[in-house]
Ligand binder design. Structure first.
Ligand code: SAM
Length: 341
């Protein structure tokens, strides 16, 4: 009984303090603490050297570093602080699996939205206007892409998640019988390059809004594969590129069922028999009791919603796509492959 209640208390404390831990991660990342430690000759620094490098107070820096140690983000031997394996893996700005872009997005965009959660719940709306003082019906075109630095930050966030989860999504199914793919709303192309890498016989067209496509050079990998090409357009209005497989990675959750139907019917029209649609999202459990990652994300959504694999397959079925396989990747994104008869 006492063990059990202690466990419950620990869980409560963890929940009450969760926002502080998140903000410690965001702040250490923004102040480039992990990069500064990595760049030092020995990979270790004392608090006062870190303070000097990040141009912050000694007192504040020491508190931040100590909090990071307690969260497993840093380690300390004597007076020397160093990165842990986890921070080396995910928190260096130029690492292949860097989550920096997504962390900055959480800090600058999602955090302000969540400070208005109570109003969001009362009104059933996203609090973008309250947090950023802008009215917008189209989040992408008007809110995310109207200012260059906001667009770049959003794209870096998408890029980091796509790089961490892309390989698992790209290898989730045997796509060897397909020659061409179109990644609709492919953003920086990170996912498209993963598909090209995983499938030597596949050419991938990356389709996104013109303001996104104009940035593709910025995100081009050093060893860019020339089987990936870029096409600008609006997937609700413009003709879609022809392809054997249409990839929708983190697209459908942004839209209402009504908009999803518009998009899927356009894809169905562009498809010939044997074509496939690959949807990658966080799949909710069928009873909608988890994963909390997906349900927490839903709280700051505008017109979209989180769905389970069977909800996605039902939407696809109404456009003639039959669910062939579902893959829970145990990475950030799951995937479902549907085929036309
Ligand atoms: N698929 C990428 C991934 O998984 O990393 C990016 C997902 S991001 C949440 C949604 C993408 O859809 C953005 O790149 C956005 O520019 C694109 N998008 C939104 N509306 C669009 C439209 N009407 N036509 C084409 N692309 C659109």
């Amino acid at each position: 009984e006492t063990e059990d209640s202690k466990e419950k208390l620990c869980k409560m404390i963890e929940l009450m303090d969760g926002f502080k831990a998140s903000k410690v991660l965001f702040t250490a990342s923004k102040l480039r603490v992990f990069d500064v430690l990595r760049s030092s000759k020995t990979g270790e620094l004392q608090a006062e050297d870190v303070a000097q490098e990040i141009k912050a107070s000694m007192k504040g820096t020491e508190r931040l570093l100590e909090a990071c140690v307690s969260l497993g983000l840093l380690q300390r031997t004597g007076k020397q602080y160093a990165n842990t394996a986890m921070s080396r893996h995910f928190l260096l700005s130029d690492g292949p699996l860097s989550l920096q872009g997504y962390i900055q997005h959480c800090n600058e965009l999602v955090w302000p939205l969540f400070t208005h959660l109570e109003t969001a719940v009362r009104e059933g709306t996203n609090q973008h206007e309250k947090a950023f003082g802008k009215t917008s019906n189209n989040l992408f075109q008007d809110a995310y892409y109207s200012r260059h630095e906001v667009k770049l930050r959003f794209m870096k966030a998408m890029h980091s998640i796509a790089r961490v989860s892309g390989r698992d999504v790209a290898t989730a199914f045997d796509l060897s019988k397909y020659k061409t793919a179109c990644d609709l709303g492919g953003c920086t192309g990170a996912m498209a390059y993963e598909f090209a890498k995983a499938h030597p016989g596949l050419s991938v067209t990356m389709f996104d809004l013109p303001k996104v496509i104009e940035m593709s050079g910025h995100f081009r990998p050093h060893d860019a594969d020339d089987r990936v090409s870029f096409v600008a357009g609006d997937f609700f209005k413009d003709e879609l590129p022809k392809a054997d497989v249409y990839i929708l990675a983190r697209i459908l959750h942004d839209w209402s069922d009504e908009k999803v139907h518009i998009l899927l019917s356009k894809i169905a029209k562009a498809c010939s028999p044997g074509c496939a649609v690959l949807v990658s999202e966080i799949f909710l459990d069928e009873d909608r009791k988890g994963p909390s990652r997906g349900l927490l994300q839903a709280l700051s959504m505008t017109e979209g919603r989180q769905r389970s694999a069977s909800e996605y397959s039902l939407l696809l079925k109404s456009h003639g796509f039959t669910a062939a396989q579902v893959k829970h990747t145990h990475n950030l994104l799951d995937a479902i492959l549907c085929v036309t008869e």
